[in-house]
Design a protein around this ligand. Structure first.
Ligand code: URA
Length: 215
């Protein structure tokens, strides 16, 4: 179980996001419509960092990338590379278990139009920074997209110029962890062929070899 520094279900630090979630809850009473907690193995060596919950996906289900189009490729890749017991993530009670992997988001609340403001990303960063602190030595952090990449650098107190975002780029973080960055597995990136399953699989192959050398 991650402690309250890593996640707070009652957080209302971002007025815009808290107000937006209140309205979403009125419109969709069955939706989670609250900050979405990290999911997976608390002792994981692999931390996957996404952007933020999607309206009818993670925001509805309460689990990162669950019900979101973006989860299709991600959960398939996690399964293919031995980080989970099943290839899809449908709902909280679907029996999915992650092995040596945890998934979190740079911003824990659903942002309007999927676009958190710079201030919201900064405000939420304390949770990500605390979560990174819990990682074991020699962990790998997979950042999905530039916002997640920048959020990881910020969590380390690094400037964005410390590591330029690029697909399938690796960056040695202070303290020994490695940041691996990838294009986000969003519907847009997949449908425009910016990111394919094969490209994401290449990233996961790199992650597997990094972890194999780090036990
Ligand atoms: N759902 C999430 O939880 N995170 C993303 O980045 C995209 C969809």
């Amino acid at each position: 179980m991650l402690d309250s520094n890593c996640f707070n279900q009652d957080c209302r630090d971002c007025q815009r996001l808290a107000g937006f979630l209140d309205n979403v809850k009125l419109k969709y009473p069955d939706y989670h419509a609250q900050p979405v907690a990290p999911f997976g193995d608390p002792a994981a060596q692999l931390l996957v960092v996404g952007l933020a919950p999607g309206m009818h996906g993670a925001n509805a289900s309460g689990r990162p990338f669950t019900g979101d189009y973006a989860g299709l490729l991600l959960y398939q890749a996690l399964y293919d590379f031995g980080f989970s017991n099943q290839a899809d993530s449908a709902a909280l009670d679907d029996g999915l278990v992650l092995n040596n992997c945890r998934i979190t988001n740079a911003v824990k609340c659903l942002p309007p139009q999927n676009k958190p403001t710079g201030d919201e990303i900064k405000r939420c960063n304390r949770y990500l920074a605390a979560e990174i602190e819990t990682l074991p030595d020699n962990a790998v952090i997979l950042a999905l997209g530039n916002i997640a990449h920048q959020a990881v650098l910020r969590a380390y107190g690094l400037k964005s110029s410390a590591a330029k975002f690029g697909h399938h780029q690796c960056f040695q973080l202070p303290g020994g962890n490695v940041l691996v960055s990838s294009y986000h597995c969003s519907r847009y990136n997949v449908q425009t062929k910016r990111l394919s399953m094969a490209m994401l699989a290449d990233v996961f192959a790199t992650i597997r070899s990094l972890l194999a050398g780090r036990d």
